[in-house]
Design a protein around this ligand. Structure first.
Ligand code: F6P
Length: 365
């Protein structure tokens, strides 16, 4: 029997946080609770798997559908997007929404009041893992709508969302793994909640999460190694060289291909994640999306004592250029991210001399 009686619920946690702001209206808490409910709904859909008839590609009979990124949408991508919208659009807390699965900003329908926040989300991150029963998650970011949008109640435009990550009011993710967890920052540290399946409540199980500054674990999709830029090659080389290399310690490597799951591992025990800018596709300056992947994860990392960066600059300082902008992303234990930034700032060495990139090595370029 789970021991939940002496733990705070998410609702209690939010109410206690709100006491720091006596003038707060309660809209923000209501929005977070609606997002949490959306995540519970998605967790149930994920848990039913094949039994729920939600596996596989969306509209497969019509040859599948693709999102604005040109990626094939899974049935669960579309369902999760819908769950986010339906759970949050009605309450009068939002001025508009944007999602990985929607080309344009979502307008709050006329029958509902409009509010002061913008919700930006990736409803199902890591969705290539759905059909193979590996952890997936949802990521969300809350921004304040520009004052003039709030005052006028006008439709939102793409420009309203193009705020640097440092302006986020809150960020978080839900992880649909062996247990369902909600990990949240409202700008005052990072707290982790585990879904009690008996009560249907998120219970505070991981208060004040902190990322160890140092680590011996890194995560990168090494199949892209031939496209990496020199600083990234250097960093990975040095990790792979282990005890006998310049770092003088052995490293472990992990790659789940669900960023939420990697972020969670890093929050729990440290590590560094890289999906850097590379030369694979000149039209894509990175793989992951700034507004609903890099920024919320970046805020969580920074709030837990870690760091998030493009490699060249702090992620949360980047001024977005478009809703679905991609960006190189490095996050995790502070000293490792700082090291990677240092390598980016140093002049590029012309010759790759490490034996790991020699003729017969695994990571030959
Ligand atoms: O869409 C984002 C994502 O699924 C991340 O969750 C994950 O880190 C990455 O893509 C996986 O990319 P790749 O297919 O290159 O391993």
């Amino acid at each position: 029997m789970p021991l939940t009686a002496n733990r705070s619920t998410l609702t209690q946690f939010l109410i206690e946080e709100r006491r720091r702001f006596p003038c707060a209206s309660g809209d923000f808490n209501a929005l977070i609770l609606d997002v949490a409910l959306a995540c519970k709904g998605i967790a149930r859909a994920v848990a039913f798997g094949e039994l729920g008839g939600v596996m596989g590609n969306h509209a497969a009979a019509q040859g599948g559908s693709v999102n604005v990124q040109g990626e094939t949408q899974k049935k669960l991508d579309v369902l999760s997007n819908d769950v986010f919208i339906r759970r949050t659009e009605w309450a009068g807390n939002l001025a508009g929404m944007a999602s990985e699965e929607m080309d344009l900003p979502y307008q709050i329908p006329g029958q509902f009041p409009r509010g002061k926040y913008l919700l930006v989300f990736d409803p199902l991150d890591g969705s290539s893992n759905i059909d193979v029963n590996v952890s997936v998650g949802s990521i969300f970011s809350v921004l304040r709508a520009p004052q003039e949008v709030e005052d006028s109640g006008r439709d939102v435009t793409e420009a309203d969302f193009l705020q640097p990550g440092a302006s986020q009011v809150a960020a978080g993710y839900a992880l649909y793994g062996p247990t369902t967890m909600l990990v949240l920052t409202v700008g005052d540290g990072v707290n982790g909640f585990t879904l009690d399946p008996n009560l249907g409540e998120f219970m505070l199980t991981h208060p004040k999460m902190q990322i160890p500054a140092d680590t011996q674990e890194f995560a990168i999709n090494a199949s892209n190694s031939r496209f990496w830029e020199a600083p990234v090659k250097r960093y990975v080389d040095e990790c792979l060289a282990g005890k006998t290399g310049p770092r003088a310690k052995d490293f472990n490597m992990r790659w789940i291909a669900s960023m939420v799951a990697e972020a969670h591992r890093i929050l729990m025990r440290g590590g560094v994640f890289l999906y850097p800018r590379d030369t694979k596709d000149a039209s894509r300056p990175g793989r992951l999306r700034l507004l609903y992947e890099a920024n919320p994860i970046g805020m969580l990392m920074e709030q837990a004592g870690g760091r998030a960066s493009t490699g060249h600059q702090p992620m949360l300082g980047v001024k977005p250029g478009s809703l679905h902008q991609r960006i190189g992303l490095v996050f995790g234990s502070r000293s490792e991210v700082e090291r990677i930034e240092r390598y980016h700032a140093e002049p590029v060495k012309t010759e790759q001399t490490n034996p790991l990139f020699a003729e017969r090595s695994l990571f030959r370029v």
